[in-house]
Write a protein that binds this ligand. Structure first.
Ligand code: PMT
Length: 221
């Protein structure tokens, strides 16, 4: 331990949820606390990497040595990632990006009138997919939050988004997924290799993910 084996490497991470405004007081979001992404950022800095963390709204403190860029919506996150992707040797997308946003953000508080209210949702840009399309030298790592058919769906995402590997977690499993300090993950690589891990802390999993990133980085060099 204590090895600075990622010295000089540039890691671009995303963490947390995005929030999609309905009106000035309401929004759509999800359960991501940011812990998984912040844990990877913490471990990466310990190992000597330079880390930019694009973070949706969370309660977490910025880990020491990490440059954090705060964003709210998926579109903000897209912009921040796009601005720093050239700099990055590897991109790890832990964020739980909202797939949809309200079509129109009301400038004023929507008043109730006793009737049904219909919200029209439109798809957000898929940040990871667009990175995959433009991919150059970067090692590209996605996460997959699933509740069923975890490996099968994660494999589809590797292909669709042109990833080097994906970290799948079953968010319906206790000890895994949102909010807690532990996770249970399966890493699936673009070459088809599948590695299942037992429950461990998000920091421990962060280290494992960084070990994998490191092997890919040495192949790129
Ligand atoms: O933050 P915590 O409370 O610690 O919880 C951790 C976590 C459960 C959020 C994390 O481990 C996790 O699974 N993150 C991915 C959540 C997710 O959005 O998965 P997805 O299967 O919907 O998306 C697949 C991948 O595409 C993800 O890397 C995601 O960042 C990316 N994506 C998705 C949609 C979109 N519009 N743009 C994207 O870049």
């Amino acid at each position: 331990e204590g090895e600075r084996d990622l010295e000089g490497k540039h890691l671009l991470l995303t963490a947390g949820p995005t929030i999609e405004a309905i009106d000035p007081m309401r929004y759509i979001t999800n359960h991501s606390s940011g812990k998984m992404g912040y844990a990877i950022a913490t471990e990466a800095v310990k190992r000597g990497a330079e880390v930019i963390l694009v973070s949706g709204p969370t309660q977490l403190e910025c880990p020491r040595g990490v440059k954090r860029i705060d964003v709210k919506s998926a579109r903000d996150m897209y912009k921040a990632v796009d601005e720093h992707v050239e700099w990055a040797d590897a991109v790890i997308k832990t964020a739980a990006v909202a797939d949809y946003r309200p079509e129109n953000e009301s400038a004023h508080k929507i008043k109730k009138n006793g009737k049904e209210l219909v919200l029209n949702l439109v798809p957000n840009p898929d940040i990871l997919k667009s990175l995959g399309e433009k991919k150059k030298h970067q090692v590209l790592v996605g996460f997959a939050a699933e509740t069923e058919h975890v490996v099968e769906y994660a494999k589809n995402k590797i292909q669709n988004k042109n990833l080097d590997f994906i970290v799948a977690n079953n968010i319906a499993q206790s000890g895994a997924g949102f909010k807690g300090d532990t996770n249970i993950a399966t890493i699936i690589k673009s070459n088809g290799e599948i590695i299942e891990y037992p429950q461990m802390t998000k920091n421990e999993l962060g280290d494992i993910i960084l070990d994998q990133v490191k092997t890919y980085l040495s192949e790129v060099e």
